[in-house]
Structures are given as C-alpha cells and as structure tokens.
Ligand binder design. Structure first.
Ligand code: ATP
Length: 897
C-alpha cells in the first residue's frame, strides 16, 4: 500500500486517488483492509477527544490546598513525636485523595461516554454494501456517502457530486456554501478553492455525493487547526465555575477564622502545637474543595438519566440552563404530532371525497355514494399528480418506506387505488424536477407523455391557487374566476380547521419542458392528510404550563391547521389561543418597532407559515425580553436558530446531522414530552446541588463555630483535630453525595422557572445555613456542658458526648434540606435510597470507632456511659426539630432548598 496521508488529492484525478488509496470505489474496502488501516492510522479522532488519563486525574488530587494543609498537620504531629496521630492524618489524606480521585474519574468517564453518544455516524460502502459506522471508525480509503444535512467526518476526495454544496465556515470562516465538483483543481489551490474535496467538520447543505477518505483524525485539515478549534475541549459549566468561585471565597474566610481560633486559643493558654493542629483541622473541615467535582458528578448523573429518557445532552451547562428555561419554541410536525401521515380526504370541484380504508382496500366515498378512481377523471387526476410529483419510495422487501411521510402517504393511496407510480412512470416519463422550495411552498415535476409535456405541481393551497388560471371540473377545465377561487379558499380553510394538512394539486399540458413551472396551471383539487397528535403531548403541555414554562408552536403549515392541532394539544392560556403568521414578524425588522407588536408576538401561542429565518428572529426577541429559550429544529436551515437559542434541540430521528451539531440536546424520540422530562431533570439537578451545598455548608459552619466559640468562651476543647477530620470524612461526605443523587420531587415542576441570574446560595439560603449550623453548634455545646457539669463526666468522656452529638446531628441534618411544603415523613429526601444507604454507612463507621479495637484510643474517644450516650442522642435531635420547625412555620424563602 502506498502512503495514504495524501496532500495533493484535490489536484489528482479520482481514479488515481482510488489507486493510491488502494480501493475500488464500487465495492469499498473489505473488513480485513479496514482493520489493518485502523492499526496503522489509529481512530479518526482529534486529540482533544481523547480520554483523560487516570494518572492525570490522580495527580490532580494533590494540587488542592486541603492536601497541603493535611500534610502540614501530619508533619506537625511527627515533629511533636505523636506518631499515631501523624499516621492517622496521612490515612485521612489518602482517603480524601481516594474519594476525590474516584469521584473525578467517574465524572470524567461519564462525560466521555456521554460525548460518545452524541458522536456522528457515517454511511460508508464496505465489502460492496452500505453500512452506517461511528465516525471514529473511518479509515483512509473508505468510501463515504454524503447527502444534504450530513456533517463530513473525514477529509474526502469527491468521486461523485450531484448539486453538492458544502458549508465550510468551520475551516474558512466563509459562510456562503461552496459548490463542489469531481474534477481536480489547480495544485496550488487554497483550502477554500479545493472544490474536489469535502473536509472533516464541514456540513453538506445541498445535494448528494460520494468521496474517498484521504485523511482521518489529526491528519485532516481540521486536525491541523485543532489547536484553534478545540472542538471537544470540555468547558466547565457556569454552575461549576460559580461553585469554584464560592469555594475560593470560603477558603480565605476559613483560613482567617482558623488563624483567629489559633490566636484566641493560644491567648487562652491552650498548647501552641495543639491549637495549630486544631486550626488546620478546622480549615480542612470547612474548605468545600470538593464542591465543583461533586457538582460535576451530579450533573453527569443527571445527564445519564436524561439519556435514559431519550434526551442526549452534549454539555453540562445545558443541564443547568434547561432547568431555567422559560419558553419552549417547538416544531409541530413530528414533535407535537407523530409525523405519520395518512390521506383522509380529496377535494375536487365535484365533491368532497372521503377515504375509507379497510385493510389494504380503499373506498372513495362522496356524499352520493362510492366513486371509482378509474371512472372519476378528477379523482384520477389528483391521485396521479400526487404520485408523480413525489420523491418518496414505498416499502420494499424488509426496507420501510423512504422519504417525506406526506409523500409516502400520497404514494400509498395512489398504489392502493391502482395508480402505482412505477406503472404511471411508464406513461409519464420524468424528465425534470423543480425541488420543493420553502419560499414558493411548491414543487413540480416535468414528464413526457403521449401528448407532449406534462407538469405535475403540488404545494401549499394559497401558493398553488395564486398560480392557477384554470380549474378542472367534471366536464373539463374552465377558467378559474374570482368566485370559484374564493370558494376553494373557503373549502381549504374548512378542512384545515379540522386539523388536516392540505396540499393543492395542479397540472398543465404543454409542448416544452423548460418553461417556468408555476404559471398557467390548472387546479385539479386538494388532498387532506391527517397527522395524529402524539399520545403524550397533552400531558407534556399541561406539565410545562404547571411549571410556568410557555410552549409556543412554530410551523410551516397553514394557520388553521396549526390552530386546530394546537388546540388539540392544549396550548394557549385560559382557553384562548393566539395565532400569528410568520410574516407578522417582518415588521419587527425595523429598529425600535412598535412595542405593541412585540407584546402581541410574545403572547402568541402559535406561529404559522414560519420560515427558518423567522425562527432565529423569534428566539432573539424572546431572549431580549429576558426569556431563556429552548427551541427545536431539524433542517440544515434551522442550525442558526438552534445556535441562537439557549437550548437548541435537534431531532434524533428525522433531524439532520447539521442540526444535531448546532444543538445542545438531541431527542432520540423527537417527542415534546422528552423536552419536558429533561427540563424536570435540569431542575432536579440544580435543586440537588443546592441541597448538598446547604447541607455541607451548615455542617462545616457548625464545626468551625463549635471550636471557635469553645475557645472564645474559655471552655475545654470539645473536639480534637483528628475527630474533626474523621467527621469531615464520614458524616459530611456520604450524605452530601446521596443528596446530589436524589431523583427529585414532583413539586419541582409546580414552581415557576428559576431566575437564571440567581446565586446557588442566595441571601435566604445563607441565613438557613447560619440557622442550621447555629442549631448544631448550640446542641453540641449544650451537650458538652451538660456532660461536664450535669453528668460530671471527665473531660475526655464529655468530648465523646460532644463528638457523638455533632456526628448524629449532622446525619439528621439531611432531613432538613427537603423541599418546603413536602411531607414530614414522605418526601424526596426520605424517598432517596442513597440517603438511607449513606446514613447506615455513616452510623456503622461511627459505631466502628467504639468497636474496632484501638480506634477509640487513637481518636481519644472513651466510652461516655449510657447517660452520656442518651444525652448525645437527645442533643443531636435538637437541630432536626429546629430545621423541621423552620420548614413548617418559617418564611418559605428561607427553606426553599
Ligand atoms: P412543520 O413546520 O410543522 O414541519 P410544514 O412541513 O408544513 O410544517 P414546511 O416544510 O415549511 O412546513 O412546508 C410549508 C408548506 O409547504 C406545507 O404546509 C405544505 O403545504 C407545503 N409543502 C411541504 N412539503 C412539500 C412538498 N414536498 N411538496 C409540496 N409542498 C410541500
């Protein structure tokens, strides 16, 4: 095999390139070749997508301040010859690093697996058959098939190009698509001029083609500029950044406090070394270093849950944004409806013909009885136009139907009525097609028949009516006068308001095949199709409304059809449905346009006859008015709007890869219900993160306060450094993780969306942290004093009472972070099995202190006796009672965890 990293393929004829690549373009590579080449060239990946090594993650654990503080404390113990304590601190350090390491590793691997889920697939020809493979499996020499909407996944020398155009802005910055060709170009052409190539990362905007892979991975043009592109670099989400910032601020606060405690302790006559160790232990306990990584883990877990519910999210930030979304701009076809069309009615000038289907047989019923398509020339004409002006294909063998479901439905009826397309094409040989254009909303095909040239046209009723001059009547064609035109408009509106989708069908017979298709046509009739609503739509819309999220439907369809579908789905406010047309937004283009128009647009529930450019405008308008916008899209033209939206949502089943690439979330089942489910997850995750931050901080605050106040008040030390470290490892960590993993409460979807500028820990939550932390502190110090003065226990045993009170109070504290208004016994925290698991584990570890020989001596925790134990248990319940009282009677904003 000659060398394959070919740099001059664009200037070389295709057959030479195929030779150099050692591949036959007709059959492609065989499996053996593929494996050999994959060994040689590696996976088709940019380095940025390679996985983060465990070693790097391990090394990361030793970068943080906690480790250095612990190492300092251990050093101090060894210096003062307290070997046992020194070793214990090293063990703490190791456990701390291990927890950090596994958390981060898990988060990193989850993120990588999620990234793989949204990887592109590519159609290749291998061993004579067309297969769909993951993009990273491509090797040089593979034959890749391209069509509009694909993202190119390797550098290709084009072997076939029909009307092929490529958006190369990723590489060249030029946003106008480039027309591609098969002929070689000049050897010194710049990238933008290499029209015989399709490059990795670019998007096919039009046409179809085939190419031979010339380079993969980092050898591609995209790979070369990868240091600029950084495509797969994972960016921390705003939430992680905010937590990081919060953590940093707390570090300084904690250090200041630790220094204060040390100073006060020494001033009060405590031993210098003991005070330094206490200060260090406090700093370790209070620094919430793990916050960002635990948040990452929670977000990643949430992303998995969403993936299981068919919503694939490509970045962490979107999970967060989803929870704050205030408006969903959704497509109609396929998202609200099933995109499973069937023809239910034809309108001809003679009659409304209803279709009755029993199995494969069809009856065409008019008001006057059944009619036969062979004997009814008007019905025959509409069936024929529908079948001829059509790009779909019916099912064959075990392959299902291909193409636009609306066109498939037209083909099916025509076939079942005895007008199969293959037979028709014998008499009407297709010579040209004028593809469907969203501006004209029409499509035409040109055929040669025995009388000359036949034009078959279909399109939106108002568009087709405008270009028809005649109409087909039972006794032949006649002029289409104003009154008949108005009648047709009326009939089409009547059918549309039943929620039917309409197409008008027209024809003309001429001599020439190259005249403008949309002139002088004869209207043959209209066809009405039904696209049923998805079963879950009603419930999903109701859930969105309850959650204070507006759902607005955008469609290219007619306003009446759209309104009927929207009503069926339960859109609108208070039984009122406001429908606008895409064209109404044009007036918005002018600067400072009418505010009342803006208000009308912002309160509309449905936009009909919307073009992709209008979607972009709408998203921007909502955003200017403070909304967080989620928007669905599937076509190549939708990509800018998907990028503009805060959450761009692409359709996994019928969406193009270009739309998927522009989107933040891909719906595997295309359903609007999945958007709502993902939104719920987004809210739950944010809530969970808040929960564990409030939990963790209130526990940490209490540790700092207990020691600080005891020192300030001249009491003996209620907690020793190693005990603080132990508590920090045991009671804080596991319940906090468990809270982060909660499945959430139904209530999250009965609240309005969160203000996106809101802090994770706002004023009221700081107050709550203060109260809970204060309550734990008060209980512990009270138990400590009672142990000393009431039970008259020796100081060491009183320390055990303080330790146990604090440990248990921290455990019960998990129940204080339930949602306000949730049940006292049954709520999202008590339903969270992780929480129970964490509590059992922690209780076991605390018990182990007293049962595992040597541990209680090491931690200096002698048995406090039965009375001491009861005191600790009773004291630990105080903060729980206070927390529950706040939930029940306090201002709701305090307890909105
Ligand atoms: P949605 O946005 O909900 O998918 P849509 O498919 O109706 O709705 P467009 O694709 O923008 O939106 O189509 C606009 C109109 O053009 C349609 O309502 C239909 O009348 C007409 N139309 C759509 N596809 C074709 C086609 N293949 N041939 C002819 N006319 C079409």
């Amino acid at each position: 095999m000659s060398d394959i990293g070919q740099n001059d393929a664009f200037a070389t004829p295709v057959d030479m390139v195929a030779k150099t690549q050692n591949v036959d373009p007709v059959s492609g590579l065989d499996q053996h070749d593929v494996l050999k080449r994959r060994d040689r060239y590696g996976p088709n990946q940019l380095h940025a997508t390679e996985k983060q090594s465990a070693l790097v993650i391990f090394a990361n654990q030793f970068k943080g301040m906690i480790v250095w503080l612990l190492a300092f404390a251990a050093g101090l113990s060894f210096y003062y010859r307290d070997i046992a304590e020194g070793i214990a601190i090293v063990v703490v350090l190791a456990i701390n690093a291990a927890i950090g390491f596994f958390t981060e590793l898990r988060a990193a691997r989850s993120m990588e697996a999620l990234a793989r889920m949204s990887e592109f697939t590519t159609r290749v020809r291998r061993g004579g058959t067309v297969l769909s493979v993951d993009a990273h499996e491509l090797v040089p020499g593979d034959i890749v098939l391209l069509e509009a909407g694909d993202v190119v996944t390797a550098d290709l020398r084009l072997a076939q190009a029909s009307n092929l155009q490529c958006d190369e802005s990723v590489l060249t910055g030029e946003s106008v698509p480039v027309a591609k060709q098969v002929d070689p170009v000049a050897p010194n052409s710049a990238i933008g001029d290499r029209k015989s190539m399709a490059f990795k990362g670019t998007a096919i905007t039009q046409g179809a083609g085939e190419g031979i892979v010339t380079s993969t991975g980092m050898a591609t043009e995209l790979g070369r500029i990868n240091h600029l592109v950084q495509t797969a670099e994972s960016v921390a989400s705003p939430l992680e950044l905010r937590l990081d910032r919060l953590g940093h601020r707390l570090v300084w606060l904690t250090l200041a406090l630790a220094v204060l405690v040390i100073g006060a302790g020494i001033f009060r006559g405590h031993e210098v070394a003991a005070m330094i160790e206490t200060g260090v232990a406090l700093a370790v306990a209070a620094v919430p270093e793990g916050l960002p990584v635990v948040a990452t883990l929670c977000l990643a877990r949430g992303m998995w849950r969403m993936a299981a519910r068919n919503a694939i999210i490509s970045n962490l930030a979107s999970v967060e944004t989803l929870g704050a979304t205030t408006v969903i701009l959704t497509d109609k076809t396929g998202t609200m409806t099933e995109n499973r069309m069937s023809v239910v009615r034809y309108l001809t000038s003679g009659a409304d013909i209803v279709i009755n289907r029993t199995g494969k047989s069809l009856q065409f019923e008019t008001g006057a009885g059944e009619t036969d398509p062979q004997a009814d020339p008007q019905l025959g004409a509409v069936l024929r136009i529908g079948a001829l002006c059509n790009n779909a294909a019916l099912e064959q063998g075990n392959q299902g139907p291909l193409g636009d479901p609306m066109e498939v439905a037209l083909l099916q009826v025509a076939r079942d009525a005895g007008q199969g397309r293959d037979a028709l094409q014998q008499t009407y040989e297709e010579v040209r097609e004028h593809a469907f254009d969203q501006d004209t909303k029409m499509m035409a095909t040109v055929h040669r028949d025995k009388d000359g040239v036949f034009y078959a046209v279909k399109g939106a009723p108002e568009a087709v009516l405008k270009v028809c001059t005649r109409v087909l009547e039972p006794d032949g064609a006649r002029d289409l006068d104003a009154a008949t035109r108005a009648q047709w408009q009326e009939r089409s509106r009547g059918a549309a308001s039943d929620g039917l989708r309409l197409l008008a069908l027209a024809q003309k017979q001429t001599e020439r095949e190259d005249i403008p298709p949309y002139e002088g046509l004869t209207l043959a009739g209209m066809v009405c199709l039904r696209d049923p609503l998805r079963a879950d739509v009603g419930a999903a819309i109701a859930a969105a409304q309850a959650a204070g999220v507006r759902v607005v439907m955008l469609t290219g369809d007619h306003a009446d059809t759209a309104a009927a579908i929207a009503r069926g789905a339960g859109l609108g406010q208070g039984g009122q449905l406001t429908v606008m047309e895409g064209g109404d937004l044009d007036a918005l283009a002018c600067e400072g346009s009418d505010r009342s128009l803006q208000d009308r647009i912002l309160s509309a529930d449905v936009f009909a006859r919307v073009a992709p450019a209008t979607k972009l405008k709408l998203a921007a308008l909502y955003q200017q008015n403070g909304h967080i916008v989620a928007m669905t899209g599937d076509g190549v033209n939708d990509a800018p709007a998907l990028k503009q939206a805060d959450i761009g949502i692409a359709m996994g089943q019928r969406g193009t890869e270009v739309a998927r690439e522009a989107a933040d979330m891909v719906l595997k089942d295309d359903s609007v219900g999945t958007i709502i489910a993902a939104m719920r997850q987004g809210r739950v995750i944010f809530d969970n993160i808040r929960k564990f931050v409030v939990y963790l901080m209130s526990c940490n605050v209490s540790e700092v306060l207990i020691v600080g106040l005891a020192v300030g008040a001249g009491l003996p030390m209620p907690l020793l450094p190693l005990q603080i470290l132990f508590l920090n490892l045991v009671t804080d960590v596991f319940p906090a993780f468990a809270l982060g993993f909660g499945a959430g409460d139904e209530r999250v979807m009965r609240q309005p969306p969160r203000d996106p500028t809101e802090q994770i820990i706002d004023r009221s939550r700081w107050i709550l942290i203060g109260i809970l932390g204060g309550a734990i502190t008060a209980s512990t110090l009270a138990a400590f004093s009672l142990a000393l003065h009431w039970l008259v226990l020796p100081t060491e045993a009183a320390v055990t009472v303080a330790f146990l009170t604090l440990a248990l109070a921290q455990l019960w504290n998990v129940f204080n972070v339930r949602m306000p208004g949730s049940g006292l016994i049954v709520n999202e925290v008590t339903r969270n099995l992780w929480v129970w698991g964490a509590l059992v584990l922690c209780a076991g570890l605390i018990a182990a202190v007293f049962w595992v020989p040597g541990l209680s001596e090491l931690l200096k925790l002698p048995d406090p006796g039965r009375a001491g134990l009861l005191l600790a248990l009773g004291g630990s319940l105080g903060p729980l009672v206070i927390g529950q009282a706040i939930l029940r009677f306090g201002p709701s904003r305090w307890s909105g965890v």
